[in-house]
Design a protein. Sequence first.
Length: 177
Amino acid sequence: MLGGGTPSLGVRLLGDLRTVFGDSEHMLTVSILEALNGIDEAPWGDLRGKPLDFRGLSRRLSKYDVHPHTVRIGSVVGKGYSRADLGDPWRRYLEPECNRVTAGSDERVKREEGVSEQSDLALDTPRKGSVTSVTSDTGPNGTANCDHCREYRPTFHVGTYLLCRTCADERAALVAS
């Protein structure tokens, strides 16, 4: 969860979904529910005395503009969710996984993060001031458009750039390697 502390139930759901999805591009809702309800330390098996169901999952994910749709997994067709639909909420509400921004990152992670094959952050040489000189933006609530991903998020000055936390961390990893 971004910002530390105990995550809300919605953010916890996003994190558990990222774990459940693993490398899958699509999952049927029934498979997602079986996996979520099977996580011992998670609350999904007992929400107000009942396990999380189709309607509850759909309602909770709709807050993140993620909705079930028809997916095909091999020869099976049914209602489910796609990794592509969850990528934006995962970027916005969850910390990047520790091994996600490396020189050997796989194509799936690049698609999820919105990083092109030749990221302009990787090609850009560090300017005066190192990546470690991160300071909070002085704008209202520290939000602005990130110079790299163009998302409107809390941003930080990194050298001469204004970057969101995800892009600043990516830049730091690329400069360090």
